[in-house]
Design a protein around this ligand. Structure first.
Ligand SMILES: Cc1cc2nc3c(=O)[nH]c(=O)nc-3n(C[C@H](O)[C@H](O)[C@H](O)COP(=O)(O)OP(=O)(O)OC[C@H]3O[C@@H](n4cnc5c(N)ncnc54)[C@H](O)[C@@H]3O)c2cc1C
Length: 210
């Protein structure tokens, strides 16, 4: 039986469902809670920003825009896994073919990233491969941030006050990370982090300051 259901919108005025109130599906794959927690992380700082008065209410609409597709995809992949569990000979043959594909590194990584939620990428209007993704696990070393940049960022996002320089395999000089862990901007190695870029497009990253 297909138990998958999803709210048609994640915002109706002051009603903003998250987790199990926004999407339910069979527990195969064990992703429901993970996706619900990221819903809450995505919504939490936006609510705090609106309540705190440092961005306009429009930012709450971005919650549906970015989180609805993630759960819709979860429901689809859950349906696929349920379908693969049917006991008939045809489905068993399909399962064996699918299992064989899992021996291929790329196919394995595709499914593993999907299950771990690491393939999520929000459209923040930037082609850099890290922008819109949840920040990969990487060591950050303190950097001395440009005062203009700090001013630009803190105008839009109160909690962001400290500069950190990524360390390790991530090929960037700096990352601007939102409170929900999403990379809002990545500075490719060797490029200047200029404050005007931050001032020009804060809406895509933090909502418009009020
Ligand atoms: C068998 C099973 C195994 C699972 N395994 C995994 C797993 O391995 N990994 C994973 O990520 N996810 C898993 N999930 C999914 C996960 O449990 C859910 O995604 C998660 O619990 C949703 O959390 P939630 O807080 O959003 O909602 P819920 O856990 O459903 O919490 C909602 C709460 O609100 C209460 N409530 C409802 N209506 C009202 C009301 N009117 N007034 C007051 N209180 C109310 C309910 O009693 C409940 O306590 C599994 C689910 C099942 C059923």
């Amino acid at each position: 039986m297909d138990t998958a259901r999803q709210a048609t919108t994640y915002r109706t005025g002051r009603v903003l469902p998250a987790g199990g109130s926004a999407h339910v599906c069979a527990s195969v794959g064990g992703q429901g809670l993970n996706v619900g927690i990221v819903d809450a992380a995505n919504l939490g700082w936006k609510l705090a920003a609106v309540v705190g008065g440092w961005v306009g209410e429009d930012i709450l609409d971005t919650y549906t825009a970015v989180r609805y597709p993630v759960a819709a995809r979860l429901l689809q992949s859950t349906r696929a896994r349920i379908a693969l569990m049917r006991p008939d000979p045809r489905t068993r043959a399909l399962w064996e073919m699918f299992s064989g594909l899992m021996d291929l590194d790329d196919a394995h990584r595709y499914v593993a990233d999907m299950l771990a939620g690491m393939d999520v990428r929000y459209d923040l209007g930037d082609d850099h491969r890290l922008v819109g993704t949840l920040c990969p696990d990487t060591r950050l070393t303190p950097a001395r941030p440009d005062p203009d940049v700090v001013t630009a960022v803190t105008r839009s996002a109160d909690p962001l006050r400290e500069g950190r320089r990524p360390h390790g395999p991530v090929d960037v000089d700096a990352l601007l990370i939102r409170p929900d862990g999403c990379v809002a901007r990545a500075l490719p190695t060797g490029q200047d982090l200029d404050a005007t870029t931050l001032v020009r497009a804060p809406g895509a990253w933090f909502g418009q300051p009020v």
